[in-house]
Design a protein. Structure first.
Length: 85
């Protein structure tokens, strides 16, 4: 699993939301968790097919997020609301 928090720099959109997602899927990383401070959302990427993630779930901060197997845990994201500009 890879977990990442977006920064406020100008490359975040391209790198964090596009390039890294593709690279992690190509590498076969089973779960990529993106904590997106710009949109106040948590994005869970799973089921990599070697090119992209087949499943992408987006939830707002404050929801409980279920990370699929092999991670298999739930995260309460309520406290992430404190980290939004």
């Amino acid at each position: 699993m890879v977990a990442e928090v977006t920064s406020y720099d100008s490359d975040t959109d391209r790198r964090g939301r596009v390039e890294k997602s593709r690279a992690y899927a190509e590498a076969g990383i089973p779960v990529y968790l993106l904590i997106d401070r710009d949109s106040a959302e948590v994005v869970v990427h799973s089921e990599p097919d070697g090119i992209r993630y087949e499943t992408v779930q987006t939830l707002p901060f404050g929801k409980t997020v279920r990370l699929p197997e092999p991670v298999g845990i739930s995260l309460d994201t309520e406290s992430l609301k404190n980290w939004v500009r």
